[in-house]
Ligand binder design. Sequence first.
Ligand SMILES: Cc1ncc(COP(=O)(O)O)c(C=O)c1O
Length: 157
Amino acid sequence: MLVQRNVYAKSVLNGLMLAGAKAVFLEPQVDESSGLATAPSTETVAAALTAYPEAKGVLVTMPNYYGMGTDLAPLAEACHRHDVPLLVDEAHGAHYEQHPRLPRSALASGADVVVNRRTRCWPRSPWEPCCTSRSGEPRTAPPAARHGAKLEPIPTR
Ligand SMILES: Cc1ncc(COP(=O)(O)O)c(C=O)c1O
């Protein structure tokens, strides 16, 4: 897996270990005015896909913890040119689908698998991590299902 270096360590790194996956870490871009990291550039992702043709996918976090992001569409296009999926940790962007003036969501930008966390962004949301893939219905993570959380599909624009 090609993985943005500053991912949410607990979830992503443990997931990689549980899956027995090898990771190649990609350098994020750094926003000049704040010094904060955002996702890797398209050039970084494209170069990594060329250098590691055996990669099974690319995983980035968008937006970052501070709500800052970049356009994911070129990243999705680069991934698809190499025939690999773009996976997005959208934990802090679950609200993006909810209003046209918000940034374009990962799914609407062409990402293939997106995980988001409504409790981070929606008021009065149940404890409900949500994983959506391009090909299927949204699915809650098992703990949410065990707690009886109600899941409503998020309409895409
Ligand atoms: C960017 C990001 N990804 C993933 C997670 C993990 O979410 P969870 O607590 O549902 O495992 C968090 C939690 O804060 C996060 O900030």
